[in-house]
Design a protein around this ligand. Structure first.
Ligand SMILES: NC(=O)C1=CN([C@@H]2O[C@H](COP(=O)(O)OP(=O)(O)OC[C@H]3O[C@@H](n4cnc5c(N)ncnc54)[C@H](OP(=O)(O)O)[C@@H]3O)[C@@H](O)[C@H]2O)C=CC1
Ligand SMILES: O=C([O-])CC(=O)C(=O)O
Length: 441
C-alpha cells in the first residue's frame, strides 16, 4: 500500500474523528486492519506540511503550509498534527521533546503506565513526550483503542503517539524504551521454553534498539523473566552501553518497604535503603540488614528477627503469586507505579544517604557477583538518567548465602539462553523450584 495521506484538517478543533487523519505506511503491514478507515488522499504539493498552532485558551488550529501533509509514518489520529511549539514557548518553558517506546503497549501494565507517562508524572510537568507504542498483529486493534484513549485524555504534554508492529520503526531515535511485552507462561510450559520464546523477542528488540534507537537510550525490561531478558537484550545491542539496561525489581523493593512498614507500624515513607538483591524471582533477597526505618537499622526497630528472615523474606518473594490468587491476574497497576518509581529514580537525584534497587549489569560490581549477569543491586543517581552502584553495603553470612542462590539461578538461566546472547550452545539445567517467577507460586 502506498503511503496513505488522509484529510488536511481545516477546522479550529483537532479532535475530529481520528480515523480521518490516520496515516500509515506500507512498512507497518497494517493495511488490512485500517483500510476501512482510510479516506481518499487530499491533493498535496511538494515541500509543504500540516501544522497546528496553539494558544493558551484556544484549541490547536490546524494549518496547512504549502499543502503537503506530514510524512511521519505511524502517527495516530490527533497526534499526526504538527503543533507550532514556538507559539507555546512564549508562555511555557517546556524542555525538548523526548521519545519513549513501550512494548506490550496493549497489555495490562501499559494500560496503567501510558497514562502516567502522558500526564507528566514520570518525566515532569515541563517535559513533552512522544509515545511510540509497539504491538503485534494480534494486538493492533487494541493498540488503536489505547491510542484513542490517549487522544481523548487531552494531555498537554503528549505531543505524539505512534503505533506500529516493527521494532525497527517504533524504536527509531527513542531515548527511553520500556519493554513490557512478553508471552505469559502457560500451563505445562517448561521454564526453558519460556526463556527461549521470550528470549527471541528480547534478542530481536535488542538488535532493533542497537540499530535505530538513540545511542544513549535507557532500556527498562519488565517482561519476565526480566533479568535474563534484559541480559539478552543488552547482548544484542553492543553499540548501547550495557549500563543503560535495567530489569525491573522496583516492584519488589516497594513490596518489601510495605511489609516492613506494616510490621513496624509506621507509614511506608519511613522505610529507606531497601535493597533487593538478585533475580526478579522467588530467589530474590530483600535486604533487611541494611534497610532503615526512621533512619534506624530495621533490626533495631523490628526485634522479631525470625520474622525478618522467614516471614518477611518469603512474603516479598511470593507477593506476586499471592496477588494472582486473589486478583486472578498478575500485578498490573502496582507494576506500572513501580516503573514510574524506577524511572523517576534515574531522572531525579537520589536523596542523600538513600538508594534504590534496579537490575543492572554486574561487570565491575564490588560485591563479587559473577560478571555478565543482570542482577538487582543498590544504586544511586544524580538524576541524569545514569546511576552508580552503592559500594559499601554490608553483606553478612545470611545475605551472602541467599545472594549466591539467586546468582546461581541467574547463571543457570544464562546457560539456557546462550544461543541468544552469542555465547555458544544453550544448555538448560533449571531446577523446578528455584526458577519461579513471583507470579508462579
Ligand atoms: N518485572 C516485574 O516486576 C513484573 C513483570 N511482569 C511481567 O510483565 C509482562 C507483561 O505483563 P502484563 O502487561 O500484565 O501482560 P498482558 O498479558 O496484559 O500483556 C502482555 C503483552 O505481551 C505481548 N506479547 C508478546 N509476545 C507474546 C506472546 N507470544 N503471546 C502473548 N502475548 C505476547 C502482548 O502484546 P503484543 O501482542 O502487542 O505483543 C501482550 O499485550 C509479563 O511478562 C509479566 O510476567 C508483571 C508484573 C511484574
Ligand atoms: O510473574 C508475574 O508475571 C508477576 C510478577 O512478576 C510479579 O508480580 O512480581
Amino acid at each position: 500500500m502506498a503511503m496513505a495521506e488522509l484529510s488536511t484538517p481545516k477546522t479550529t478543533s483537532p479532535f475530529l474523528n481520528s480515523s480521518s487523519r490516520l496515516r500509515l505506511s506500507s512498512k507497518l503491514h497494517l493495511s488490512d486492519h485500517f483500510r476501512h478507515l482510510l479516506l481518499p488522499p487530499l491533493p498535496t504539493t511538494p515541500n509543504s506540511k500540516i501544522s497546528c498552532s496553539v494558544s493558551q485558551n484556544q484549541a490547536p488550529v490546524a494549518v496547512q503550509e504549502n499543502g503537503l501533509a506530514k510524512t511521519r509514518k505511524e502517527c495516530y489520529g490527533v497526534f499526526c498534527l504538527t503543533y507550532d511549539l514556538k507559539a507555546e514557548e512564549q508562555t511555557k518553558s517546556w524542555k525538548k521533546l523526548i521519545n519513549i517506546a513501550v512494548s506490550g503497549a496493549a497489555g495490562m501494565i501499559s494500560n496503567h503506565l501510558l497514562f502516567k507517562l502522558a500526564s507528566g508524572a514520570v518525566f515532569g510537568p515541563d517535559q513533552p513526550i512522544a509515545l511510540k507504542l509497539l504491538g503485534s498483529e494480534r494486538s493492533i486493534q487494541a493498540l488503536e483503542g489505547v491510542a484513542m484513549e490517549l487522544e481523548d485524555s487531552l494531555f498537554p504534554l503528549l505531543r505524539e503517539v505512534d503505533i506500529g508492529t516493527d521494532p525497527y520503526e517504533v524504536f527509531q531515535d527513542v531515548e527511553w524504551a520500556i519493554l513490557i511485552g512478553a508471552k505469559p507462561r502457560g500451563p505445562g510450559m517448561e521454564r526453558a521454553d519460556l526463556l527461549d520464546i521470550n528470549g527471541q523477542i528480547f534478542a530481536e528488540q535488542g538488535k532493533a534498539l542497537n540499530k535505530v534507537a538513540s545511542p544513549d537510550v535507557k532500556v527498562l525490561v519488565v517482561g519476565n523473566p526480566c533479568n535474563t531478558n534484559a541480559l539478552i537484550c543488552l547482548k544484542n545491542a553492543p553499540n548501547i552501553p550495557a549500563k543503560n539496561f535495567h530489569a525491573l525489581t522496583r516492584l519488589d523493593e516497594n513490596r518489601a518497604k510495605c511489609q516492613l512498614a506494616l510490621k513496624a507500624g509506621v507509614f511506608y515513607d519511613k522505610v529507606s535503603n531497601m535493597t533487593i538483591w538478585g533475580n526478579h524471582s522467588t530467589t530474590q533477597v530483600p535486604d533487611f540488614l541494611n534497610a532503615r526505618i526512621n533512619g534506624l537499622p530495621v533490626k533495631e526497630v523490628i526485634t522479631d528477627h525470625k520474622w525478618l528472615e522467614e516471614g518477611f523474606t518469603e512474603s516479598v518473594q511470593k507477593r506476586g503469586g499471592l496477588l494472582i490468587q486473589k486478583w486472578g491476574r498478575s500485578s498490573a497497576a502496582s507494576t506500572a507505579v513501580s516503573i514510574v518509581d524506577a524511572i523517576k529514580s534515574l531522572v531525579t537525584p537520589t536523596p542523600e544517604g538513600d538508594w534504590f534497587s534496579t537490575g543492572v549489569y554486574t561487570d565491575g560490581n564490588p560485591y563479587g557477583i559473577e560478571e555478565g549477569l543482570v542482577f538487582s543491586m543498590p544504586c544511586r543517581s544524580k538524576g541524569d538518567g545514569d546511576y552508580e552502584l552503592v559500594k559499601d553495603v554490608e553483606i553478612d553470612d545470611y545475605l551472602r548465602k541467599r545472594i549466591a542462590k539467586s546468582e546461581a539461578e541467574l547463571l543457570a538461566e544464562k546457560r539456557c539462553v546462550a544461543h541468544l546472547t552469542g555465547e555458544g550452545i544453550a544448555y538448560c539445567d533449571l531446577g523446578p523450584v528455584d526458577t519461579m517467577l513471583p507470579g508462579e507460586v
